[in-house]
Design a protein around this ligand. Sequence first.
Ligand code: SF4
Ligand SMILES: [Zn+2]
Length: 350
Amino acid sequence: MTLLFKPQHVKLILEGKKTQTRRISKPRVKVGGIYKAKTRLFSKEYFALIKITGLREEKLGDISDEDVKKEGYNSLEEFIEVWKSIYGSWEPERVVWVLEFEVVNLAKSRMYENVKTWNPFVGCRFHCVYCKPSFQRQAKRRRKWCELCYKYEPHFHPERLQRVPSKKTIFCCAFGDITFAKLEWIEQIFEAIKRHPNKTFYIQTKDPRTLRYINDIVGIPKNVKLGVTLETDLDTYETPSKYWHYSEISRAPTPSERIKYIFSEARNLVDYITIEPILDFSPGFVRTLELIYPEFVYIGYDDHNCKLPEPPLKKTLKLIEELEKFTEVRLKAIRKAWWEANSVQELARL
Ligand code: SF4
Ligand SMILES: [Zn+2]
């Protein structure tokens, strides 16, 4: 579903200065839904995804000063002039539909301003095909300091324990998977975490059994949020890609194994789920996620052109809409699948 806007409104909308629009006929949208904002109906291009936050009827002449601003204008006179140029006349008694909305990507990205990674442990042996161009490339830049970082071999950097970033939220061990960390390293990392009770540390893995193991032996500090990456619930794919089976993408437990382990081993330990890079999923994925009941979910497409078996954008938007009924959704790169037309248009990035 699409909402049309005048080209002169695009910048105002993207900057968050226009969050309201009035329409003479009832728009076919519902509150909470996410829609494409376009300037031309039959164009495939859209400039933003917008989420409808309110819908009501109101007389045109009842618009408040505050709402004139939300429409993106400085004065009522200015708004009336533009209205007349579009609809021909200004009839204050005319009842119109008032839509309130927010731009999904910009609204969400503000959440990440106070976030930093901290990597006292680095490395992984799951060999995900999409890791090399992302995390591993960043680690490789450190070759002159550390050969093991360059090779992405699991190893410990104890000198970093004292160098916890000053931010409030910290992605801990983001360059690697703690499944490959020795217990004694994790103990030391947790001791350092406990010395910063006002910060929140996010740790995630592709093997939920690791969470159980760490919890049973070391215990999880209160200020740690544990996550599991679950790019999909499927182990095989039919969308265009050279990858047909998850085992060709990663040596980590397959998505179905991960789901099984979450329920059997880590049921009450998982605080959040990361669906990134999203892969095509079954209709039951949302129900599985609802049963896991995460506090929040990260969701985003691969942004390194790995040509993974991605779901079409429409399917992902529907998933987001369903997820928002029971959890907080944190959007990362949301775009069309690489195999869809105009797939290069990236709409939202962390
Ligand atoms: S599990 Fe994470 S760190 Fe390990 S290879 Fe995959 S993406 Fe990289
Ligand atoms: Zn290193």
